[in-house]
Design a binder for this molecule. Structure first.
Ligand SMILES: [Zn+2]
Length: 645
């Protein structure tokens, strides 16, 4: 074992109850000293954690996340669920990762180490060690704080799922013993699952990180100190309040660039820090432009970005498993020198991951249980931002004749898989990773866009602003979002939320039949007499037609429909239908034949799974161009789904 720098005695942590002035309630206060051994891929850590019991009952045991143990062996819950890969990147079975707590104790008090056990609240998998429990010698009463001292060692895996190393690049995330959330008299501390992200209480983080002096370091929060050590290392201290996690990255191949961002309305002043891998310097301007766009769009749409820094990390290509991930005030994007300008992946990932700073970072709902509140709302925001800055029809792809919007990319994502689970499903209980992804990202985003078009853009903008303002730093649940939408719009939306979020199924309406049949003059035997057609009245303009349009509800979900009906003479009729029955017939007796029937002529319902069946001409003409476009879209979709975000 290599030498372990013994840190000075942990500084006495004084609990700062800044509830009166701080936007978030500081339930946790972490002071961590970390030292990275680059050869061994180990982080040695000493953690002083002050924790406040905000509940109504005494607490006699503490639960901690030990996320890195997901990578300890092939039988952890993460590895069993994922089969050893994450977003297309596979584990290296010679390079496991884990976290070892060698001591946990109460400051100036009992050693809790002998009471350590691993528990598996979600699946009882005895091989999973991602949740640690320790017992307190006496219960901690409500309103009281406890200071814990923890010594740990984190062995980083070769990165394939967010955290780890590759070569000389280190992404150190989910790396320290992290206390769960005590709520409603119980611990909310889920195991690390293949399809789930995170949940934690807000507080203060002050972290000293020691790395070799030739490494460039990026970390959550603001740098408040840097010290050159005698052993060719540097120690950087980062500090941040009103956050619930802390991540850092180190690599000698980063080029560090600082730029400032200011906005007059709402007032924003923040420092943008770019850590760009030296092989991707070509992307610097694209990263900067898209981060500026993200800062502006989210600040104006939801509320001013409140932190003093935002750090964009561009991982090397070989460490893409670390790319496209959010942490408080820091995120990883992704790109490569060969990405053409018209493939707006670095832009989309930058805006998306920055945007998480709002929904994951500040609103901070429970991602284990209601992931859509982060990923879905964030994907909705991302689509709107991408459309706004890069063009509604070409925001994702703009390569000559090939164009695709971010909205279309999302639409293709929900084909097939989104009908198996409700959006509101606990992350690890989805049918598959694909169903998790299709539902909590794209289907939730498209559902919100559909709601936006139903309520009107202004009303929806007010819903989103109100939701963010009211619930930031408070961990809202789905019901809180629904209540804000109903309150702001003044409408009962239970029918919408109950269907779209709480039941599986798809939305698909189609034009089933378009028919015009001439109504001939009476001919045959009527009342015992033979009636002959009137041969004198045979000019075409006197023909009368029975025109019939049938609209079908093919999906399980219903949504009010608007139908445009066009006749051969150019006359247009607009119909509405509440859309609840399985089909609806519209009939018109007119001297003109039908030309076209079209559902949702203004494209207000992006959630309609199949827009190819939304219109029908009386005389069908084949549409090879459309089919070709769909083919190209599917191809790029496949390409894009290989990449994480
Ligand atoms: Zn995301």
């Amino acid at each position: 074992m290599k030498k372990f720098l013994i840190f000075p005695i942990l500084i006495l942590v004084i609990f700062i109850n800044t509830g009166a002035t701080s936007p978030s309630k500081h339930i946790v206060d972490y002071h961590i000293k970390a030292k990275l051994l680059t050869e061994e891929k180990i982080v040695f850590g000493e953690e002083a954690l002050t924790w406040l019991n905000t509940g109504d009952v005494p607490v006699s045991e503490l639960h901690f996340h030990l996320y890195l143990n997901a990578f300890k062996n092939n039988r952890s819950t993460f590895m069993r669920e994922s089969g050893g890969s994450h977003r297309g990147f596979a584990v290296d079975k010679d390079r496991w990762g884990y976290i070892d707590v060698s001591r946990i104790g109460i400051q100036d008090g009992a050693d809790l180490t002998p009471t350590i056990t691993y528990i598996q609240p979600d699946d009882q998998n005895p091989d999973d060690q991602t949740v640690m429990q320790v017992l307190l010698p006496e219960p901690l009463p409500p309103g009281e704080t406890i200071i814990l001292e923890i010594i740990f060692q984190s062995k980083l895996p070769q990165v394939f799922a967010r955290s780890g190393y590759k070569g000389n690049f280190f992404m150190v995330a989910q790396w320290f013993p992290k206390i769960g959330v005590w709520e409603n008299g119980a611990w909310n501390c889920h195991q690390y699952h293949s399809s789930s992200e995170f949940y934690a209480d807000f507080g203060i983080f002050e972290v000293d990180i020691t790395v070799p002096e030739d490494f460039v370091l990026g970390a959550t929060g603001k740098r408040i100190k840097e010290v050159k050590n005698s052993d060719e290392t540097m120690t950087y201290t980062h500090y941040q309040e009103n956050i619930h996690d802390f991540a850092w990255t180190a690599c000698p191949d980063f080029v560090e660039i600082h730029k400032s961002f200011t906005l007059p309305d709402p007032p924003v002043q923040t420092e943008m820090i770019f850590l760009i891998h030296k092989a991707h310097l070509k992307l610097t301007d694209r990263y900067e432009e898209s981060l500026r766009n993200g800062l502006e769009f989210y600040s104006q749409s939801y509320g001013a970005y409140p932190y003093e820094t935002i750090t964009l990390v561009d991982p090397p290509l070989k460490a893409m498993g670390a790319g496209g991930m959010e942490y408080p005030t820091l995120f990883t994007s992704m790109g490569s020198w060969f990405f053409p300008k018209g493939l707006r992946l670095p832009e989309m990932v930058t805006i998306h991951e920055f945007g998480h700073g709002y929904w994951y970072g500040m609103v901070a709902s429970n991602e284990f249980e209601e992931a859509w509140l982060d990923e879905g709302i964030n994907s909705y925001s991302e689509i709107k931002a991408m459309d706004h800055y890069y063009g509604k029809d070409r925001s994702m792809l703009d390569l000559g004749a090939i164009k695709m919007s971010d909205l279309v990319r999302s639409r293709v994502s929900i084909l097939g898989l989104s009908k198996l689970d409700p959006i509101m499903t606990r992350s690890w209980e989805f049918y598959s990773k694909g169903s998790y992804g299709a539902n909590v990202y794209a289907k939730a985003a498209l559902t919100l866009l559909t709601l936006e078009r139903y309520l009107g853009e202004d009303v929806m903008a007010e819903v989103m602003k109100t939701y963010f303002k009211r619930w930031k730093f408070k961990h809202p649940k789905s019901a809180d979002f629904f209540a804000v939408a109903e309150e702001v719009s003044g409408q009962d939306l239970d029918w919408f939320f109950d269907q779209f979020f709480k039941t599986p199924g798809q939305l698909d309406y189609s034009v089933g039949r378009v028919r015009s049949v001439e109504i001939k003059d009476p001919q045959g035997i009527f009342k015992g007499e033979l009636v002959e057609p009137d041969k004198t009245k045979d000019s075409p303009e006197e023909k009368i037609y029975k025109n019939e349009v049938v609209i079908l509800r093919k999906g399980d979900l219903f949504f009010p429909q608007e139908i445009l009906i066009v006749f051969e003479n150019g006359e247009e009729i607009r119909e509405t239908w509440e859309g609840k029955d399985r089909w609806k017939r519209f009939e018109y007796i007119k001297p003109n034949k039908l030309k076209l029937a079209e559902i949702d002529p203004e494209y207000k319902i992006p959630l309609d799974i199949n827009q190819m069946n939304n219109s029908r001409l009386l005389k069908p003409n084949k549409t090879p161009i459309l089919k070709l476009a769909l083919g190209i879209t599917l191809y790029f979709q496949k390409l894009l789904t290989l990449l994480p975000f």
